[in-house]
Design a protein around this ligand. Structure first.
Ligand code: G3H
Ligand code: 13P
Ligand code: ZN
Length: 312
């Protein structure tokens, strides 16, 4: 089964008002859990691999596991994406690798001019190789209800800058700062997303696919399970699921999820080790981890509205 390009995936998602899940993967059980879920739900899917994942598992292992997944499931609509590419060299390496269909270059921490220049360089190289690019503009970070608009707008994606950025870089999708942040502690108080900004960006960027990083919902049942069995995750909070579904209707086509996978793995392992201290056959608990990831991803697909949307 060949890999799919996100261009078509996003076009369909944009028109249909749903989003495609982009799941961070680092090992075989997680890849299997995600792929088993999307195969059953007939959902398009993006597996994303970070520099950290490459350092952990190695390019060759990850590539071969993904290839095994494609061979195992005959009807996936699957893309593989470099997440948070830190520099031109790694982006180039992934563009040159047949397993990757797209790369992200993340220089959102750099001044605008430098972000534009590096993104442009990656886009030119990737397009010449038939691959597509995601870049990022703005600073991810939770926003609170009571902050002044000027304070809020200081780190969210600026629509004027976004227009210029897209025109000058020719990037294929844009990760935007709309109030989410990475990890398990996204909000101190009531969660807020800048829904008005998403709509404005969609309008100003003429329907360019927007990407939401930091989209884990940090399910409280997983947090409670971790904490019940010795974990220490006080006040962990994510993006409420109804907000993710709403954002998808406004032009967010790709929703990035890593933390919820980590929580599902950790909760299951903590519970298992506590309840079955006598077991040391790792297939028993890693098998359960794989199942709980599958369950979690199937639920995400319902939230994102992408079930049944895979091109078959
Ligand atoms: O946004 C970052 C992703 O959660 C990947 O994390 O760099 O630790 O693999 P990582
Ligand atoms: P979470 O930490 O919310 O899962 O976000 C992951 C992400 O944005 C990966 O790029
Ligand atoms: Zn991210």
């Amino acid at each position: 089964m060949p890999l799919a390009t996100t261009t078509k995936m996003f076009e369909k998602a944009y028109k249909g008002g749903y989003a495609v899940g982009a799941f961070n993967v680092n090992n075989m059980e997680v890849i299997q859990g995600v792929l088993n879920a999307v195969a059953e739900k007939k959902a398009p899917c993006i597996l994303q691999i970070s520099k950290g994942a490459l350092d952990y598992a190695g390019m060759i292992y990850l590539r071969k596991i993904v290839e095994a997944g494609l061979e195992e499931h005959s009807d996936l609509e699957l893309s593989v994406h470099l997440d948070h590419g830190p520099d031109f060299e790694l982006a180039k390496q992934c563009v040159d690798n047949p397993i990757f269909t797209s790369v992200m270059i993340d220089c959102s921490h750099l001044p605008l001019e430098e972000n534009i220049a590096l993104t442009k360089q990656v886009v030119e190289y990737a397009h010449a190789g038939g691959k597509v690019v995601e870049a990022e503009l703005g600073r991810l970070g939770g926003i609170e209800e009571h902050v002044q608009v000027s304070e809020r707008d200081a780190f969210l994606t600026d629509p004027d800058e976004a227009e210029r950025f897209v025109a000058e870089t020719n990037v294929d999708s844009l990760a935007v700062a709309i109030g989410t942040s990475h990890g398990a502690y996204k909000f101190k108080e009531t969660p807020v997303l800048a829904m008005d900004l998403i709509q404005e960006l969609t309008k100003r960027l003429d329907g360019l696919p927007l990407v939401m990083h930091g989209s884990s919902s940090v399910p409280q049942e997983l947090v409670q399970l971790c904490n019940k069995y010795g974990g220490n995750l006080p006040n962990a909070m994510g993006v409420p699921e109804d907000m993710i579904a709403e954002a998808a209707q406004y032009g967010i086509c790709k929703v990035n999820i890593d933390t919820d996978i980590r929580l599902a793995v950790t909760a299951k392992l903590r519970e298992f080790f506590h309840l079955k201290p006598e077991v040391f056959d790792y297939r028993k608990y890693l098998g359960q981890v794989r199942e709980s990831i599958k369950e979690m991803v199937m639920h995400k697909i319902d939230v994102l509205g992408c079930g049944g949307m895979a091109e078959g």
